[in-house]
Ligand binder design. Structure first.
Ligand code: ZN
Ligand code: ZN
Length: 740
């Protein structure tokens, strides 16, 4: 190791670049992988994370020395460093981009900031130069730490004195409020823990047996209301008692708040929350507390998978099927998948919990890579809600807006009349105008890709945004010949207005992306819980995790809104959404009912959702995916090419397609050979949302059975075209979830 005196350092600056430094004699052995170092960067200094210590190479440029090892931060855990490498390779991204996505606030800061604090550094091997130095040092020592501006005015010329003391290493900057005093180790406060049900006890025996015994993945399939949270908590208790840590991922920030309340009540002061809506400083403090081992449990959405929890003993992914685990901007990773790799690298179990597991996880369980655990009963043996369909072909919608059928209105009136509450669910995900035949109920799909064609205006047409198949809007249904074809797609506001007009006694609240982003989500939910409103109209936000004991009716306005979604996962999403939203009904003492309006009540996703039959659905859906060659039976990558100039976008997308075709052929996974080919390239096609912020978006989709070959081909592409040239932007999305 004597010749290992070169360090590859990831600078913790906004650009997150990798630099190489030499390690001076005095720091050899101290500069190791995972430690933070202080490095000269042009005329200033910056912190960096050591990723590699190695012998010098002839390819290295002339190097400068690492200045110092940062001793106030412990080294990053090795499993986290390995995870960064994995994510970089797998998702075709630079390591700096990965690290910045993992912990943005570490890279956002330039030291020192105005609200920084100074304290005595631990370097006593020099003498201060002047009496002023001594005065300032004494003052800081007496105070423990001082705000930087206060330290600067201690003596005349104090700013220069502080600067000199910092530069010579007598003082150090502490950028944040000190974190709370270390929590009492495993001594959690005494809380009333519900006695485990038979189901819970059975799955806990399995998970508990795996804790401390290396990597193992579990799918915890529990129906809505079966008490999955209590299973997580008891498993975490076991991990904490063994002196180790846990990461709990939740799909949404809004759910973090609720889970955090419960988890804090249970585990006291060793729980840190990490999410993107936190102030940078708070977030950095939570990160540091986890790195220092003061916080043993980290809860949060997506990026919490990168939390520097020490001695990781368990990873939990709640609602593992949720699409929000996929980061759709910047580094496009799937936190659920990354969580499994994190657990593997830490050598600990991972629990993927859901009432409606994803097909990917189901297939993994089927293949034996994941152990399937089931909790088929609700706690206290509450019955699952009764689900019934209103067939819109025979019960046409009434009222001016034609949104509600008579049976749904009757159910709504009766519920309100009894003083109970209802949720009206608009099955819409931000996009969706499509054509449905009101006579036979069939949506119009692409013959090549089996996804619903979406309606585009200018020119008026239906288009497939996987393969670019286009047809005019038909005047007659291609299936049954009826002329009753109509364009559908509506939002929450129209429903809110209409329900107020049609049903007496309704006090309506609305929860969708608009009202939620206005910061209203907690207020709206609290108002609904108090009874200020008795009908909650909402999009999929209302379907998730909330517990409203007074809700006895859930109405789904048009199941087609998600069934017709232009995505090969449309049926799966619909099954999940309906199961989740139905799960909101009847969580209290009164049983619940669910009314679903649809043109196509025989559709398999709807039927299985109504029967609360996940396994039935999964088997059918899995077979369809295999037949059509979609995940989990193939691997996908989407390359989005965008430009303000449509012609340029189209040209660049053609180029991307040609390159990929050649690279896949080089890797022996080419597209030749018809249906037997290892890969298929679809498009370029106009994206379903064809223009965003003035940029025209084209999409190239790769489908392959050879994941490693695809990864190498994508890296060749990335090295060639990078993030795009000129005004053209190129984005690679591995395992895409949203193909809009
Ligand atoms: Zn028809
Ligand atoms: Zn198509």
């Amino acid at each position: 190791m004597a010749d290992h005196h070169v360090a590859d350092v990831l600078l913790l600056l906004p650009l997150a670049q990798l630099y190489t430094y030499s390690i001076p004699e005095r720091l050899r052995g101290k500069v190791r992988r995972g430690v933070q170092v202080d490095c000269p960067v042009r005329t200033r200094r910056a912190h960096g994370l050591v990723l590699k210590v190695r012998p010098p190479s002839p390819a290295d440029p002339p190097l400068v020395d690492v200045a110092e090892v940062v001793t106030t931060r412990p080294p990053w855990p090795e499993d986290l460093l390995e995870l960064l490498d994995f994510v970089s390779t797998y998702y075709v991204a630079r390591i700096g981009q990965v690290a910045r996505a993992a912990m943005p606030s570490l890279f956002a800061r330039r030291s020192p900031k105005p609200e920084a604090w100074v304290r005595i550094a631990t370097r006593p091997d020099k003498l201060p130069r002047s009496p002023k130095d001594v005065l300032v040092l004494e003052a800081v020592e007496a105070a423990g730490r001082l705000e930087l501006p206060a330290a600067r005015v201690l003596v005349p010329g104090g700013a220069d004195v502080v600067k000199r003391l910092l530069a010579r290493g007598f003082l150090a900057i502490e950028e944040e409020e000190a974190t709370p005093a270390p929590a009492p180790a495993a001594a959690a406060p005494v809380v009333v823990r519900p006695e485990p049900t038979t189901d819970q006890a059975a799955v806990l025996a399995q998970i508990g047996g795996a804790i401390g015994n290396g990597y193992k993945a579990f799918l915890l399939h529990g129906v809505t209301g079966s008490g999955k949270t209590e299973v997580y908590f008891r498993a975490i208790e076991q991990v904490v008692a063994a002196g180790r840590g846990a990461i709990v991922l939740v799909p949404e920030i809004a759910l973090t708040v609720e889970l955090r309340r419960h988890i804090e009540a249970r585990f006291g002061g060793i729980v840190a929350v990490l999410h993107s809506a936190m102030a940078q400083g708070q977030r950095a403090a939570a990160w540091d507390a986890a790195l220092a081992g003061r916080m043993r449990i980290v809860v949060g959405p997506r990026s919490a998978v990168f939390a520097p929890v020490r001695d990781l003993g368990l990873v939990v992914v709640d609602e593992e099927h949720e699409t929000t685990y996929k980061q759709e901007e910047g580094l496009r990773y799937n936190a659920r998948d990354v969580a499994m790799v994190r657990a593997k690298m830490a050598g600990c179990p991972v629990v993927l919990g859901s009432a409606t597991p994803s097909l990917e996880t189901f297939q993994n369980a089927h293949a034996g890579k994941v152990t399937y655990l089931s909790m088929p009963h609700r706690v206290r043996e509450r019955p699952m809600p009764e689900v019934r369909f209103v067939d819109l072909r025979y019960e046409p919608p009434v009222g001016a807006e034609r949104l509600f059928s008579r049976p749904l209105l009757d159910a709504l009136s009766a519920t309100i009349g009894r003083g109970e509450s209802a949720i009206l669910f608009i099955n819409r995900r931000g996009f969706g105008r499509f054509v449905v035949c009101s006579a036979c109920g069939a949506p119009i799909s692409c013959p090549n890709c089996s996804i619903t064609l979406t309606h585009h205006v200018k020119p008026d047409r239906l288009a497939c945004h996987y393969c670019d198949h286009q047809v005019p809007v038909p005047e007659r249904c291609p299936g049954c010949g009826s002329s009753e074809v109509a364009i559908y797609g509506f939002g929450t506001e129209r429903v809110e207005d209409e329900v107020g007009r049609l049903v007496r006694g309704v006090r309506c609240a609305r929860l969708d992306a608009d009202t939620a982003s206005a910061g209203g989500i907690d207020a709206i939910l609290a108002g609904f819980r108090r009874g200020d409103s008795n009908v909650l109209v909402g999009t999929q936000i209302v379907a998730k995790g909330h517990d409203f004991p007074m809700v006895t009716l859930v109405g789904v306005l048009l199941a087609e809104q998600s069934l017709a979604f232009p995505d090969f996962r449309a049926a799966e999403r619909t099954f999940q959404l309906l199961t989740q939203v139905a799960g909101r009904a009847g969580r209290g003492e009164t049983p619940g009912q669910v009314v679903i309006q649809t043109f196509e009540p025989g559709q398999y996703a709807l039927r299985f959702a109504a029967a609360h039959d996940f396994l039935g659905f999964a088997v059918v859906e899995n077979r369809i995916r295999r037949e059509r060659g979609y995940p989990p039976h193939s691997h996908l990558a989407a390359i989005e090419v965008s430009s303000p100039d449509p012609a340029e976008a189209s040209r660049a997308a053609d180029e991307v397609r040609d390159y990929l075709d050649q690279f896949l052929t080089l890797e022996g996974a080419g597209t030749r050979g018809g249906p037997a080919a290892a890969s298929a390239i679809l498009g370029p096609a106009l994206a379903a949302i064809e223009r965003i912020k003035g940029r025209t978006r084209m999409q190239v989709l790769v489908k392959t059975r050879r994941r490693a070959a695809l990864n190498r081909a994508l890296w060749r592409l990335y090295k060639l075209v990078g993030p795009g040239r000129g005004r053209t932007r190129i984005r690679i999305d591995v395992d895409p979830v949203s193909l809009l």
